[in-house]
Structure formats: structure tokens, C-alpha cells
Unconditional design. Structure first.
Length: 254
């Protein structure tokens, strides 16, 4: 792997390591491009403080730290500053205002919730409810139509355990939309090495049939994840087994 665009920082509350350690580990791991995409804050009207994403007050430090590292390590690696975020329509406007004055390079979509987490259900919980699957697919398509996101992280996060024909129908609909927009789907290494239900062969066989392209994302929550060549090799072998074409780098970030 020469590029990874899915890197977190300790600000999200469930990653560990200093920003510099992630950069130095990526250099040691042979990366030429490293994108930070920590969990983007939402601005909640009731003052709710999320335990799984940085707070709005931490955005300034995020950009100042990574901007300084961009300059310091310019001769060693190309750094980009991004965010991973859900698409939640009623919160988007406030999020845009929060980020308006910062040099944001890109965003990726990670649809962990269809609604604000204060009242929403985490998509990684098994469900046989078609309504949740339909809303998950619809929300992703709506978000991608906004042009905010460069690719779909862990596209198979929703663990649908219901009827196989419904799984095929709705995930095919999602893959067809993403293919029409040339948006890659992510083979997520954290899920692969962490014993999670994703990446799912069933999902990626649909993506292969539809003609999607995939991108490997470390989803690094620890600096050493960027030196884990065994995990990267697992991701490569997974893609080869499915027969899906890989995208190595994102274009148009400069």
C-alpha cells in the first residue's frame, strides 16, 4: 500500500497515539500518502457530548497539529487532513459552519448512524429489519449526492441478517449507484483483523458483479496499524479472491 486515507487520532476517544507517531509509523510502513480522517464532530443543539468523536472545541487543535506536521514531513510523506462522517441531514448545516474556516482536504463517509446518535441505532448491530437497510442505503445515496465524500468506508457496516434476497436487492442498488458515480467501496482492515462482520465476502461479491472498484483503508486507531503489513496483505488477498479492482490513490485532492 502506498496510500491510506482512513486514519484516526486520539481525539475521537477510542484511538491511541500522538499525531506525530501516526505519521512516523506511516513513513516506516512505506506509505507515500497518509490521510487523517478522524471522526468528525457534530454540533448538537442540546449540548450533547459524543464519546466516539472529537468535540467541536478540538477541531482547531486537529488542524493546527496536522498542518504543522504536513510542513515538517513534506519531504517524507504527503499528508492530507480530512474527516470521516455520517450523512445526517438535520446536522449538516451546523457542521459546515463549524468547518468553514479550516483547510479541509476531503471527507469520507462512514454511516455509523442514520440519525443523530442521541436517538439513532448503531448500524453495526445485527438486524433483520428491512426498513433499517432501506434507510441505510437511501441515506448513503443522499449523502453521496451532496458531493461531500470521496468514498464509502466499511460499506457493509450494516449487519443485515434478514432475507438474502433483500440483502441482494438493496446492496445491489447501493453498489449500482456508487459505480455510476465512480465512488470506491472500502475494504476495511480494522474490521478484517478485529473479528468484525465486515468486510463481507457477500457484499463484495455483489460489488464485483456490479463493477465497483475498491480501496483498502487501514482505519488506523493505533500508529502500529500503519506498519501492519500482514493486515495489508490480508486486504490484498481478499481483493484478489473476490476479483475486484483496487484503487490505490484518490485523485484531485491537491
Amino acid at each position: 500500500m502506498l496510500a491510506n486515507y482512513h486514519t484516526h487520532t486520539s481525539r475521537c476517544g477510542h484511538a491511541r497515539g500522538k499525531d506525530r507517531e501516526f505519521v512516523e509509523s506511516a513513513i516506516e510502513g512505506g506509505f507515500k500518502v497518509l490521510g487523517f480522517a478522524d471522526h468528525c464532530p457534530w454540533v448538537f443543539e442540546d449540548g450533547y457530548v459524543s464519546q466516539i468523536r472529537m468535540t467541536p472545541a478540538e477541531v482547531e487543535g486537529y488542524f493546527s497539529s496536522l498542518t504543522a506536521l504536513k510542513k515538517e514531513y513534506a519531504g517524507d510523506i504527503k499528508l492530507y487532513i480530512g474527516f470521516e462522517a455520517e450523512y445526517i441531514p438535520q446536522l449538516v448545516e451546523a457542521q459546515d459552519r463549524l468547518l468553514a474556516d479550516y483547510p479541509l482536504d476531503y471527507m469520507i463517509m462512514g454511516q455509523h448512524f442514520n440519525d443523530p446518535e442521541t436517538c439513532g441505532v448503531y448500524m453495526g448491530v445485527p438486524t433483520a429489519d428491512e426498513r433499517i437497510l432501506v434507510k441505510y442505503v437511501d441515506r448513503i445515496i443522499e449523502g453521496m449526492e451532496s458531493g461531500r465524500y470521496r468514498y464509502l468506508a466499511h460499506p457493509d457496516l450494516l449487519d443485515f441478517t434478514g432475507d438474502a434476497e433483500l440483502y441482494e436487492e438493496h446492496y445491489t442498488r447501493l453498489c449500482e449507484y456508487l459505480r455510476s458515480k465512480n465512488i470506491p467501496v472500502e475494504i476495511n482492515l480494522l474490521g478484517m483483523t478485529g473479528g468484525r462482520h465486515y468486510p463481507s465476502e457477500r457484499f463484495f461479491r455483489i460489488a464485483k458483479k456490479v463493477g465497483n472498484k475498491a480501496i483498502i483503508g487501514c482505519d488506523a486507531h493505533l500508529p502500529q496499524s500503519l506498519c501492519d503489513h500482514a493486515a495489508m496483505e490480508m486486504g490484498m488477498r481478499f481483493a484478489e479472491k473476490i476479483g475486484i479492482e483496487l484503487v490505490e490513490t484518490l485523485t484531485g485532492l491537491d
